[in-house]
Design a protein around this ligand. Structure first.
Ligand code: ATP
Ligand code: MG
Length: 424
């Protein structure tokens, strides 16, 4: 891609309402623009990153045997009345009337729709176990949208739903999803932890959350310093009948191993064993071997758009974003320093640009008629992992300046070394 043709949308100033670094940098790097409170446009660079997150999720969901579908965002409110959640979910559920005065809502999650879908779709127990998923826009009328896309009203979620014959089989489907999540967060390259969690408004018996560790995280997590014990402090408080979680630091771990340490986390994924809650209440019965069964369900969410913000919270410096390579919108920035507008410099850039493309390296060629300082700071705030600089020096000596995002100074390399340097 040539920067002269790209709608970059970078800006120098921090947005006045931004409290945390990822929100500031997502606006400054031209990833998102606000439309209204908690509602955002994704610009070309942001959409590219979001798509990388989605593709990693999709790849691992497919590998785990889950099948992709797409359910509607608009849902009949009657289904929520049937499940009994219309009141329980509260004001986060945005309800409205169509022209015939039928009540609808914008989907904050899809347990009702999927259960209803499976009523006609699953006709024999032999079709179980099965897991279906989608990657789609959700709407929750959050009381306090903040931190950009971290807690927005409209956001992108991957939600998967499993259907099993019995509890044992549900245990297996749950583990398969847990393993897929582990692979997803490893591939994305984030420092994360899995903790026991509260099932909240979704319901069910058991659940775990995946948290990206960050000071700005809204959740407090408690870890044993000796064992694998890890829990969301919200749940620990409930278990310990209302004790202030900050008093849970330094206390013995409830599993009897070690003492508890507290850390902050950003919830990026949540997996639940739902049991028969939705299949029973919405009457999803499947013909079994000798009688109908209500399947055991599980549900599994990942906040795809929140992951983009969480990755920035963990990976930035004073100049901007420092993408983990799996999420970088481009692998290399080719910066043309061509103050005298020399054809030879343009030609050299074109040659290297084509070399990158032939080697399947995503390259952003900054061919804009701007001062070098402006180009460098744009590439740095966007967080492109490597920069190649082509200017007078390249014509004189053949040497190319090469710099990794966090290097202080560029090194001089030859044309032949470029590809291997970028791929390592
Ligand atoms: P939270 O406690 O942060 O409100 P939740 O428990 O309501 O999250 P789930 O219903 O489990 O979240 O949704 C699955 C995932 O969707 C979450 O793990 C999170 O990554 C993402 N998510 C939830 N609410 C939002 C939001 N308002 N903005 C962006 N992502 C969200
Ligand atoms: Mg919530």
């Amino acid at each position: 891609m040539k920067a002269s043709q790209l709608i970059l949308g970078t800006q120098r100033e921090n947005p006045s309402d931004a409290e945390i670094v990822s929100h500031k940098l997502m606006i400054r790097a031209g990833l998102i623009r606000q439309v209204s409170s908690g509602i955002y446009n994704w610009l070309p660079t942001g959409k590219k990153v979001l798509q990388k997150v989605e593709n990693i999720i999709r790849e691992e969901m497919n590998f785990a045997g889950a099948q992709e579908i797409l359910m509607p965002m608009v849902q009949p409110a009657t289904l929520w009345e049937d499940s009994g959640r219309i009141d329980q979910y509260g004001q986060e559920l945005l309800v409205f009337l169509d022209r015939h005065e039928n009540k609808f809502c914008l989907g904050p999650t899809h347990e009702e729709i999927i259960t209803d879908l499976c009523k006609n779709l699953l006709t024999s127990y032999k079709q179980l176990p099965v897991t279906l998923y989608q990657i789609q826009t959700k709407f929750r009328d959050e009381i306090r949208p903040r931190f950009g896309v971290m807690r927005s009203r409209e956001f992108i979620m991957k939600d998967a739903y499993s259907f099993d014959l019995d509890k044992e089989s549900l245990g297996n489907s749950y583990l398969i999803m847990k393993e897929a999540y582990t692979k997803i967060f490893n591939k994305i390259g984030l420092d994360y932890r899995v903790v026991k969690a509260d099932s909240g408004a979704i319901g069910g018996s058991e659940s775990e959350e995946f948290h990206v560790l960050a000071e700005s995280g809204e959740d407090l997590l408690a870890f044993s310093d000796k064992s694998e014990y890890a829990i969301n402090a919200e749940l620990l408080t409930e278990l310990q009948e209302g004790q202030d979680p900050f008093s849970l630091e330094g206390k013995p771990s409830p599993d009897g191993n070690g003492i508890l340490k507290l850390k902050r986390g950003i919830e990026v994924g949540h997996i639940f064993k739902l049991g028969k809650k939705y299949s029973e209440v919405l009457n999803l019965r499947i013909p079994g071997e000798d009688h109908d069964i209500y399947p055991e369900m599980g549900c599994y969410g990942i906040g795809a758009s929140r992951i983009v913000a969480a990755a920035i919270e963990q990976n930035h410096d004073e100049k901007g974003i420092v993408w983990p390579s799996a999420l970088a919108p481009y692998q290399v920035a080719l910066v043309e320093v061509n103050t005298k507008d020399k054809k030879e410099i343009k030609d050299k850039c074109l040659e290297i640009y084509q070399l990158f493309k032939e080697n399947d390296i995503e390259v952003l060629w900054d061919d804009r008629d701007k001062r070098p300082g402006v180009k460098f700071s744009d590439m740095e705030v966007i967080g492109i992992p490597a920069t190649v600089i082509i200017g007078e020096r390249t014509l004189e000596t053949g040497e190319i300046e090469f710099k990794k995002r966090q290097d202080e100074k560029p090194e001089l390399v030859s044309h032949q070394d470029l590809i291997s340097l970028i791929k390592t």
